[in-house]
Design a protein around this ligand. Structure first.
Ligand SMILES: *Cc1c(COP(=O)(O)O)cnc(C)c1O
Length: 362
């Protein structure tokens, strides 16, 4: 692979972040980009000022949806260091998504190094308060200007960075979830286990309808029988029963979350009985009625851990843990955010340090 080319924007004034950051609203000064064609492979890796992408109206991904992405975070630790959380696993997952829709893979080590460079250059954009982070969005799309239905020959890979606010600015709060059975997100052997734009397109209407009814998110059931839990919104789901913590097994239609994987490992280390298995909505309801359902929580990069306070399925309304965050959910949230912020030892090798660059204006 060639050396990265740098085109650095000189900043005249200091970066001032808005008080309310929100999610994905503002972007840093630079992006990483590279191009692919079958002859040269990946080439032209460049870090440069963020700008619009010029595009032919027939660009293939716009028409046939060959587009995938990742979502991860960089954090400022309590010692003012800059760290990434498991970037290698995220880029490996990007390659899994790429293979599934006939896109070229990237070199994981090269992309992780490029990502560290980009984050180092824009490190003054990383907010430092608890819960705040620099959201990292790598993505890839087919760029052939042609309307024939076939995989694109040429591709672009881009990484953009966005400082994001705390998901829970007023403290860790449970969410209200509607179990969705009017629509499905994905089916087994489809695209469910890949981070493709297509899965999000399939999910928008159901979520809009749930939000209109006063819910925060939807809980998806399996696409075949609509009996088994799959995921909640953009998160994986865990159910705390009296005698075990369970999460749906990765059956092909569920996105294998990096947070999910990390939570499973932590729970094992805490000697909890954590099992990956099918969980039916009927089992959740009958456990609730017996008083054996202690809580439900979601896991994902954006919220880290999200406690479910209220769960509605058809005309059955369940209030979990009196609408308060569960004990385990809070403990996991503190553990993971503690690792991100450097308050807790990184015993797993999940944290990648970013060496700061001199040319970041301070
Ligand atoms: C990204 C994503 C998740 C969470 O994955 P993390 O790696 O933990 O951020 C869960 N479900 C869906 C559908 C997703 O796209």
């Amino acid at each position: 692979m060639e050396q990265i080319k740098y085109i650095i924007k000189e900043r005249a004034e200091k970066i001032v972040l808005p008080e309310k950051l929100g999610f994905g609203q503002i972007f840093t000064d630079h992006v990483f980009e590279m191009d692919y064609n079958p002859k040269k492979g990946w080439h032209n890796p460049t870090i440069k000022p963020i700008d619009s992408l010029p595009m032919h109206p027939a660009t293939s991904f716009i028409h046939y949806g060959q587009t995938i992405f990742e979502g991860m975070k960089a954090f400022k630790t309590i010692n003012d260091e800059v760290v990434l959380f498991r970037p290698d696993v995220h880029i490996q997952r990007l390659n899994n998504s790429a293979r599934r829709i006939c896109m070229p893979e990237v070199d994981v080590n090269f992309v992780v190094e490029a990502l560290k460079e980009l984050v180092a250059i824009d490190s003054d954009w990383i907010p430092a308060k608890r819960g705040e982070a620099l959201y990292i969005r790598p993505f890839m799309f087919g760029t052939d200007p042609a309307l024939g239905v076939r995989p694109s020959f040429e591709y672009k890979f881009v990484i953009v960075l966005s400082p994001v606010g705390a998901y829970y600015p007023e403290g860790f709060k449970p969410v209200k979830i509607l179990v969705q059975d009017d629509y499905v997100r994905a089916v087994r052997k489809g695209l469910g286990e890949c981070k493709t734009a297509a899965n999000y397109a399939a999910s928008l209407l159901a979520t809009e309808e749930a939000v209109r009814k006063g819910f925060t998110q939807v809980l998806w059931l399996d696409g075949v029988e609509q009996k088994y839990l799959e995921e909640v919104g953009t998160m994986n789901i865990f159910v705390t029963f009296k005698n075990e913590v369970a999460t749906p097994n990765l059956n092909g239609s569920i996105l294998p979350g990096v947070t999910r994987r990390s939570v499973i490992q932590i729970l094992k280390e805490w000697n909890m009985n954590i099992v990956e298995r099918p969980i039916s909505i009927q089992e959740v309801i009958s456990s609730y009625e017996k008083g054996d359902l202690l809580g439900v929580f979601g896991t994902g990069t954006a919220a880290i851990i999200s406690s479910v306070g209220w769960l509605t399925y058809k005309d059955k309304n369940m209030t979990l843990n009196n609408g308060q965050p569960g004990e385990l959910d809070t403990k996991l949230f503190n553990e993971l955010t503690g690792i991100h912020r450097g308050e807790k030892e990184d015993e797993h090798g999940w944290i990648y340090k970013v060496e700061k660059k001199d040319f970041a204006v301070s």
